[in-house]
Design a protein around this ligand. Structure first.
Ligand SMILES: NC(=O)c1ccc[n+]([C@@H]2O[C@H](COP(=O)([O-])OP(=O)(O)OC[C@H]3O[C@@H](n4cnc5c(N)ncnc54)[C@H](O)[C@@H]3O)[C@@H](O)[C@H]2O)c1
Length: 425
């Protein structure tokens, strides 16, 4: 049964059985608000929670928060008290929180390697889920999540919030209207830099963090067992056991939004190359590259040329949708520019007639995250469909994993979307 049919089915059932309660909230819930459990109150979790409260304060109650670092658990609880005006239950073990039948939905904002076990467990516990990107740490884990989500018939939103960004929605409409003609080529890039004393992704380790107030075993999950290591816990993005690095942290946003704007799904192939160039200091034990290029071929003559480097931020980040009759670029998620092709002064009248423009929306990622969380909550309430369902989250994740596979094996990788398998050539 599709999500939509399930939702309608449940709407019918609940309307008859739970007077006054909307759609698909748990039978225990008579408030009409979505009862939320929060897993992961780190940098992203705290931000997304804040955006959710700002977007739909009247529709949510966060009744539980879970984190394996005491300091972040306390911060999460504090933010809920301040913004939600209630005191949530606190948990170190997310499974205990999932056992609370009154919780309708969970947000998962933990490191990448934990998304799989948490999402599967939450689906089996009957929860609706907002899970941060990337959907999972491997292609196979993501496939299992997609299967389980179909079985569960729950709402799943993946945290690729660019889909809820008004500028990308506009770009999508413009492409559909033919404003840039046929599109075969997209250039996407993400460039960053920082000073020597602030290496990329070496985020500050809380000074009070110790083995006593950090549950290292629960952080590891199914990852390889190792002795407690603060860098691995607080800077997990730099290690393959927990992260795909640039491919799954940044690139997935950009392949995802290319899929959205241009109506694409999965590539046919990926060839990636890169390494650790900028942050290669002898004392830095990072494993993931700071320099990555990836070339994708898609069905129907479509190409993405991706580039990322952490040693120069001159060009920021963005995507350039390069049509035969014009270009749309979205830069830093906040500026959309539209250019027409000039054909050396011989542009056809229909192309000449199109007005070039720039639209600037500073800080447009904030309303995008608000809209993305609101869309999820409204979907749980049966009022909307999610804009980043689990299948498209997996499509984006696949492109990221293919880049990692290509890079780490130094080979081109082919993807068969029918069998959902890859092979190297
Ligand atoms: N959509 C976006 O634009 C965006 C931006 C940043 C991060 N993210 C994603 O958000 C997720 C979290 O990233 P982050 O930057 O917040 O990382 P973070 O390290 O700041 O936060 C992770 C939190 O999870 C907690 N944690 C670790 N193991 C846990 C467990 N077993 N149970 C409960 N809590 C646990 C940690 O203590 C920490 O508080 C990642 O998937 C990341 O890719 C998305």
């Amino acid at each position: 049964m599709s999500n939509e049919i399930t939702r309608r089915h449940l709407l019918g059932v609940s309307a008859a059985t739970i007077a006054g309660a909307p759609g698909i909230l748990s039978a225990q819930n008579v408030s009409g608000k979505v009862n939320v459990g929060w897993i992961g109150a780190g940098t992203r979790g705290m931000h997304v929670m804040k955006m959710m409260y700002q977007a739909v304060p009247e529709s949510v109650v966060v009744s539980g928060v879970c984190d394996t670092f005491e300091g972040n658990l306390a911060k999460g609880k504090d933010q809920i008290q301040t913004m939600g005006k209630n005191t949530p239950k606190t948990y170190v073990d997310y499974k205990e929180m999932l056992a609370d039948k009154s919780i309708d939905a969970v947000f998962i904002a933990t490191p990448e390697h934990l998304h799989h076990e948490m999402t599967i467990a939450a689906l089996r516990a009957g929860k609706n889920i907002y899970v941060e990107k990337p959907l999972a740490h491997t292609i196979e884990e993501g496939q299992e999540i997609v299967r389980e989500a179909k079985k569960a018939g729950k709402v799943v939103q993946v945290g690729t919030q660019n889909r809820s960004n008004s500028l990308y929605k506009k770009a999508k409409e413009m492409v559909a209207q033919g404003m840039i003609g046929e599109v075969h080529y997209v250039r996407a890039f993400w460039y960053r830099n920082s000073l020597e004393d602030n290496p990329a992704w070496r985020y500050a380790i809380p000074p009070d963090a110790t083995e006593k107030n950090t549950d290292w075993k629960k952080f590891l999950g199914s990852a390889k067992n190792r002795p407690f290591d603060k860098q691995r816990y607080y800077q997990w993005r730099l290690y393959w056991d927990y992260s795909g690095g640039i491919s799954t942290d940044l690139l997935v946003h950009q392949t995802d939004i290319t899929n959205f704007v241009c109506g694409k799904a999965e590539p046919l192939s990926c060839m990636a190359s890169g390494g650790i160039y900028r942050w290669a200091g002898a004392s830095d034990d990072r494993e993931v590259p700071d320099t990555l290029s990836a070339i994708y071929e898609y069905p129907d003559k479509f190409h993405i040329n991706y580039s990322c480097y952490f040693g120069n931020e001159q060009y920021g980040y963005g995507e350039q949708f390069m049509g035969n009759e014009g270009t749309i670029e979205v830069l830093n998620r906040q500026t959309l520019r539209f250019y027409t092709e000039k054909f050396r002064g011989k542009a056809p009248d229909k192309v000449k007639a199109r007005q070039e423009f720039t639209e600037d929306k500073p800080g447009n990622d904030l309303p995008a995250v608000q809209a993305h969380t609101a869309n999820f909550i409204n979907a749980v309430l049966g009022k909307e469909k999610v804009i980043a369902p689990v299948e498209v989250g997996q499509q984006a994740a696949v492109s990221g994993h293919l880049a990692t596979l290509s890079l780490r094996n130094n080979k081109k990788v082919l993807w068969d979307s029918k069998t959902q398998k890859y092979r190297f050539v």
